[in-house]
Design a protein around this ligand. Structure first.
Ligand code: ADE
Length: 228
């Protein structure tokens, strides 16, 4: 899979994309990531990428031209899935990560500062928000997408790390897990987990997963029911 990111701050990605699972995904060739600084596509003398809002108002807006030119410079941009990061986008969740992991090429546009010219919306297929709060730019959201998508690509996770049992995989939160010591200051591991009875362990985990989801995220259960 190919991921291209348009950002004014490419250096923000260096550590995140050079570490842990994303690095591994790149190393095994599951994903290639290109980062384009769209300031390079500004035709103004001082490489300006923003301007004042027509009608007045505080702050500057990203202009459409540098982004339009940067997009057009990307091979295969016509058929790629083009995503704009914005708090006004559709809320991001695991199902969307799975959907994006099936694509050949995604392009993520990161805005920054006050906002962007509304016409930039016409250049993309999808607008994504990573939550109901305002970030300074789309970069942190783009990192969240790249991380969550990369780990779903074939061969990236080992069977031990498998996402099959992870939270959200089947629309529920994961069951509680424990490791040694069996007794930490009186806090004991549930007896069934050390019983060696795999059927009982599975049953306990299913029930614990359901209980935890009901308590913490009842909205997830409603979604699961609706889908079926
Ligand atoms: N840019 C600024 N805030 C954002 C958010 N919550 N999600 C995605 N992109 C953003």
């Amino acid at each position: 899979m190919k991921i291209t990111i348009l950002s004014l701050f490419p250096e923000m990605f260096t550590h995140v994309f050079g570490t842990s699972m994303i690095l591994h995904a790149k190393d095994i060739g599951a994903v290639t990531i290109d980062i384009i600084n769209f300031r390079e596509f500004s035709t103004s003398k001082h490489k300006k990428v923003d301007d004042a809002s027509f009608g007045g108002g505080p702050g500057m807006l990203l202009s459409i031209e540098p982004i339009y030119r940067a997009l057009n410079s990307i091979e295969g941009h016509e058929t790629a899935t083009k995503i704009l990061m914005t708090p006004q986008g559709m809320p991001y969740h695991q199902d969307k990560a799975k959907e994006l992991a099936m694509k050949d090429h995604i392009i993520i546009i990161c805005g920054h500062y006050e906002g962007f010219d509304e016409r930039i919306r016409s250049l993309v297929n999808l607008e994504i928000s990573i939550g109901d709060y305002v970030l300074t730019g789309g970069e942190i959201g783009a990192m969240a997408i790249v991380d969550s998508v990369s780990r779903l690509l074939p061969g990236v996770l080992s069977s031990e790390d498998s996402f099959i049992q992870e939270s959200f995989y089947n629309g529920m939160l994961e069951y509680p897990q424990f490791t040694r010591p069996q007794d930490f200051m009186g806090m004991k591991v549930p007896e069934v987990l050390v019983s060696g009875n795999h059927q009982e362990v599975d049953k306990w985990r299913n029930e614990a997963s359901m209980k935890r989801t009901k308590e913490r995220r009842p909205d997830l259960l409603k979604k699961t029911v609706k889908k079926d």
